[in-house]
Design a protein. Structure first.
Lengths: 209, 126
């Protein structure tokens, strides 16, 4: 995966988040403070505007730039969370103009650990981790078992989608939704949903290029 | 005097807390970092950073925040600043801010102030 592909993925994620902005906000209206879609779309709009300045940068610098833009423009919890995730992934890809399957897995692992660290969260609390962690496990198993990145990522997307469904069955213990306690049951988590969209979009771009 | 920054999703809430604190301690270097640049609800990395810089002195700064992204964004600002005399404290925002303003104006050090504010966690209103 080279820098061109990374830039295409980020551009596509920005488009997808913009397109899903209202749905994500509706989800967040149900169990949170109703700003997830609007905030994340504002963040990715800023990322999109910065994309031309990333053109000649290495993958590490691109991901770090994405993270920095999100942190300074999102305004809600998804800013520091996704911001930290992209920055940590950027550290793994520092100086690289191309990354391997193993780098991708390592970057995703670092990103997830960043979310855990920043949010002081673990799986099962009705957060983005409930999509990201199962996705990571499926991707890792796939790559270790000799699958190519597209096939492994397809497994990861399936696992993330199941993870989003799983968030409907659990009570939130992190984030704003935790104030609702059992009333958060039956609703899917907006953060897990936006994480799923990012993974799906990554897969779509890899399949089409 | 130790600088104090109030981080909130709401500009009005942050400014209101500064207002209440100043009633008790007019001279305290306390400043609001609330809402986003356009005044809408949210927490702004740039606003928090600018506020910390504004009240910073060698005496240090404490940052008090409301919840969620206010805590996480403050954490990122402090990591990037990497100054040991800029600290974030977990406490009830209004009570902590009033206490901080009074004690800062009274000349307490950063460490003393940090410990005192932690007491506000267990203070009962009645």
């Amino acid at each position: 995966m080279d820098t061109k592909k990374i830039l295409a993925i980020i551009e596509a994620i920005a488009k997808r988040i913009e397109a899903e902005k209202n749905f994500l906000t509706e989800l967040d209206n149900e169990i949170g403070d109703g700003d997830h879609g609007i905030n994340l779309a504002r963040g990715f709009k800023a990322v999109d505007e910065k994309l031309p300045t990333f053109a000649d940068k290495d993958i590490g610098a691109i991901l770090k730039g994405v993270g920095t833009a999100l942190v300074s423009t999102v305004g809600g919890a998804s800013g520091p969370l996704y911001g930290t995730a992209f920055m940590k992934a950027g550290n793994v890809c520092k100086g690289k103009m191309e990354i391997t399957e193993a780098d991708f897995v390592a970057a995703l692992d670092a990103a997830i650990n960043g979310v855990k660290m920043r949010g002081k969260a673990v799986e099962g609390e009705k957060t983005m981790l409930d999509a990201l962690c199962p996705a990571y496990k499926a991707i890792k198993v796939g790559i270790d078992g000799g699958k190519n990145l597209i096939d492994a990522l397809a497994d990861g997307v399936d696992a993330a989608a199941k993870g989003v469904e799983y968030t409907k069955t659990i009570i939130a213990t992190k984030g704003r939704a935790s104030y609702l306690k059992e009333r958060s049951l039956g609703h899917q988590d907006p953060g897990a949903t936006s994480s799923l969209y990012m993974l799906q979009t990554t897969l779509e771009v890899l399949r089409s290029t | 005097m130790v600088g104090i920054v109030i981080v909130s999703h709401s500009q009005k809430l942050a400014e209101g807390i500064v207002e209440i604190s100043k009633m008790m301690a007019e001279t305290a270097p306390i400043i609001a970092a609330g809402g986003l640049d356009d005044g809408s609800l949210g927490t702004s990395y740039d606003k928090i950073l600018a506020a910390v810089e504004e009240v910073y002195s060698s005496d240090g700064v404490i940052v008090l925040m409301d919840m969620g992204s206010a805590v996480m964004t403050t954490e990122m600002v402090l990591e990037d600043l990497n100054r040991p005399n800029v600290k974030m404290i977990d406490c009830p925002l209004v009570e902590g801010a009033v206490l901080a303003a009074v004690e800062s104006a009274g000349g307490r050090s950063l460490d003393e102030l940090s410990e005192l504010i932690k007491d506000s966690r267990t203070a009962n209103k009645f």
